[in-house]
Design a protein around this ligand. Sequence first.
Ligand code: ARG
Length: 464
Amino acid sequence: MTNSKSSNAMWGGRFAQGPDAIMEAINASIGFDKRMARQDIEGSRAHAQMLAAKGIITDNDAKAIREGLLTVLSEIDSGTFEYSTALEDIHMNVEARLTALIGEPAGRLHTARSRNDQVATDFKLWVRDQLDAAIEGLQALIRSFLAQADAGADMVMPGFTHLQVAQPVTWGHHMMAYVEMFGRDLSRMKDARARMNESPLGAAALAGTSFPIDRHMTAAALGFDRPSANSLDAVSDRDFALDFLAASSICATHLSRFAEELVIWSSAQFRFVTLSDRFSTGSSIMPQKKNPDAAELIRAKVGRINGALVALLTIMKGLPLTYSKDMQEDKEQVFDAADSLMLALAAMTGMVQDLTPNKAELETAAASGFSTATDLADWLVRSLNMPFREAHHVTGALVKLAEDKGCDLPDLVLEDMQSVCAEITPQVYDVLGVYNSTQSRTSYGGTAPDLVRAQIARWKEVLG
Ligand code: ARG
């Protein structure tokens, strides 16, 4: 396949022939990097202003460029901008349009700059916006878990290990476990944002430039803390995207865990919670069904987010310094992961806000499966001064007895208890109830409602 078109207007000086159509297809990124149009224009406006301030271009040219770029932005925003695949990417699309609008001064914009520092800057600005959105989304999600914890601080439910009933816990405690998880995600996103906030602009192609530019000025104009210190690193670094993807993967993993709990809990076999109609769907054939589709989709989103992380790690692996075109493949992955994460965060926040815990079912389940056996063993230790290993053994015998009689531990009469251990007194029954059990777990970080309330208060303060 050949292409008789003339060579590229931006870099075609040494080319006699235009690119093959297939070359154009594999080379062009405009189909997706148009999402960075606003960042591209913002970066170019800051660059033009700096060039004028340093006397590298005239004030008049800078003014024409800066205003022209705003016109380009308004065309993009209103949907009248015509993107061209022949112009490869967003950078050259914008510049070509600027040339059409303002003529000669547009050609001065690319002084002391390369698409290498330009794309690194644009992409960083884009990822930074996503980090901010993730931070906001996580704060909203954490608040929704806090509200659930507040409302059910002393509601009992079974705590599980191996998905087998283990010990009674409080609903508030379970909700607060997710607050801790998403709190770590929040701090990871904040860390990533603080680490990435250095400006690549002015690194030029790779080595810096001989023009007397002021990188601190463009860095400040774009909200960066400082310019990046090494021009080679600046154009070849995609750690900021990897950091975002890594934090997103972990966050999506957490989302998938609660999503899975919602799927289990909302089933007819559990009935721990009722999902709102707003976040459920029906079946086209079975009229009785109310399906937790949103939870299932949130559970699945982690697949594409992890995929994006692995893809970008693989793209970057083994790349020699500095820029290589491989790095153009960075964006679609990050775009998709960011879209998926923001949607999953918003959907989960809505589901948690609307979630109704079913108190009676939770309480019944909390008392099932001999869930207070540990309380009984602890009582034997505390009241009879029995070594824990022996208490564990005695309790095991009592559980077996209850199992044989087809009853729960609190239903064993005192004589039954004493047939296993003669020293047991009626006080033992105090520790066999699920409420007392949760109240008694007062070690720091434990499930006792007062401790849960203290953690809720601490988190409310952290979020401000
Ligand atoms: N579209 C390119 C990208 O996304 C822009 C940078 C091109 N640089 C170059 N030296 N060809 O990576």
